[in-house]
Write a protein that binds this ligand. Structure first.
Ligand SMILES: *Cc1c(COP(=O)(O)O)cnc(C)c1O
Length: 427
């Protein structure tokens, strides 16, 4: 690309992408095809036997998807990546690769509501147990470990409250127990935080949010940090033992520091099937090209909005790590000096009813269950995303009855504040 190490914004545009070898097309084409013609019978056999990399069938791999994977791996500083249909699919494939029935993993209690459901309910049917720990207390992760534990899971910037987690401190506990640390970096994006630099082993994303960035395409990705020794303990047979699916190949031996990404693709994605569509991969690639610009504007707008809300007399508290007196401010400065993200919560003095009315009174903000759109978004978690949880779980997850969550968009900040002002006036 250039003869010195390119910066983040350059990678976001150029990493993984080159003019199309067949046509010279400069933008990455949408390879909208299910399957790829083999050169001959030997070529086909080599592809199926994992002796050679290449496209077979879009459920397993596709050239548009491959550019997305190389780009996000470069942005996170990983060795390889696997793009899939959604963030939830990425999480499912990560755990499918490290878990067996009867195994458990330890997850932070403060997570995206959908992840709390996936881990606590859907995963139970696979015989996988989740154990909850406090992301602000690394020792609580250690306390939950036993011989059946297979990994730790945290969010770098935790949903829905927007709190930064001390990744390095939890990574240290994971390392001491010989376990991989998996970090969901959706809310921060690699523009703000690169968990692999702080000791994480695997990063997952919902590409649906800031990376795609425009609220139009679902996707997820798994980034392999290449750091974890999958053969040391015998706890990860998918990686360390001969695979009957591939004539006895041992993935960790054969693929070394990108064996995890390969395992997720050839044992998980191939057989469970949540492939990303080439069109969505293209949309998300286009979004990533402007990630630096968008993310900085998101952060700058959110900081202004948080300060404005904090001074409002109908607001009881604002939970934004970018505010100088926020208890999470020191961690934000350490992990994410460019900004504190776009998603945060605040409390209305009027409680549950005020929260619902405020959300209904907004005009510029869209009331919906998403984050990371160009548009400003709002939700009242207790009556929507977190309503399946018990009241205790809601409070523990930062989604109590008075809580309103904003995902501040990249509109003009004066218009965002004007909208908040008119709706607060009616509460
Ligand atoms: C949205 C989200 C997910 C799930 O991703 P989908 O693409 O909706 O499946 C996981 N983690 C976080 C932090 C999210 O915001």
């Amino acid at each position: 690309m250039t003869d010195h190490n390119p910066g983040f914004s350059t990678l976001a545009i150029h990493a993984g992408a080159k003019p199309d070898p067949a046509t010279g097309a400069r933008a990455t084409p949408i390879y909208q095809t299910t399957s790829f013609v083999f050169e001959n019978a030997d070529h086909a056999a080599a592809l199926f036997g994992l002796q050679q990399f290449g496209n077979i069938y879009t459920r397993i791999m596709n050239p548009t998807q491959a550019v997305l994977e190389e780009k996000v791996a470069a942005l996170e500083g990983g060795t390889a990546a696997l793009a899939v249909a959604s963030g939830h699919a990425a999480q499912m494939l990560v755990f499918h690769t490290i878990m067996q029935p009867g195994a458990n993993f330890v997850a932070a209690r403060r997570l995206y509501g959908g992840s709390i459901n996936q881990f606590g309910h859907a995963f139970k049917n696979f015989g996988w147990e989740v154990r909850w720990a406090d992301p602000a207390d690394p020792a609580s992760f250690a306390a939950a470990v036993d011989e059946n534990t297979r990994g730790f899971f945290i969010e770098s910037l935790a949903n829905p409250g927007g709190t930064f987690v001390d990744i390095a401190a939890i990574a240290e506990v994971a390392q001491a127990h010989g376990l991989p640390l998996i970090v969901d970096n959706t809310m921060a994006s690699p523009y703000l935080v690169r968990p692999l630099e702080h000791g994480a082993d695997i990063v997952v994303h919902s590409l649906t949010k800031f990376l795609g960035g425009h609220g139009n395409s679902m996707g997820g990705i798994i980034v392999d940090g290449g750091t974890f020794d999958w053969s040391a303990s015998g706890k990860y047979p998918m990686l360390s033992e001969p695979r009957p699916e591939y004539a006895g190949v041992v993935l960790h031996q054969t693929f070394g520091n990108f064996a995890f990404a390969i395992a997720c693709r050839v044992l998980g994605l191939r057989d469970l099937g949540p492939a990303i569509s080439p069109f969505n991969a293209f949309m998300i690639l286009t979004g990533i090209e402007t990630l630096s610009l968008r993310m900085q504007r998101h952060c700058d707008n959110a900081a202004a909005v948080a300060a404005w809300l904090k001074a409002h007399d109908k607001v009881s508290w604002v939970n934004y790590a970018g505010l100088a007196d926020d208890p999470n401010h020191a961690l934000q400065q350490r992990y994410s000096p460019s900004g504190a993200g776009a998603v945060f919560t605040f409390g209305l003095k009027g409680g549950y009813e005020a929260g619902k009315n405020f959300v209904e009174g907004l005009k510029l903000f869209s009331h919906l269950a998403n984050i990371g759109d160009t548009r400003s978004l709002v939700i009242h978690p207790a009556s929507t995303t977190h309503r399946q949880l018990t009241p205790e779980q809601q409070v523990a997850a930062g989604a109590g009855p008075d809580v309103v969550r904003l995902s501040v968009g990249i509109e003009d900040v004066a218009d965002i504040i004007a909208d908040l002002e008119q709706s607060l006036a009616k509460v």
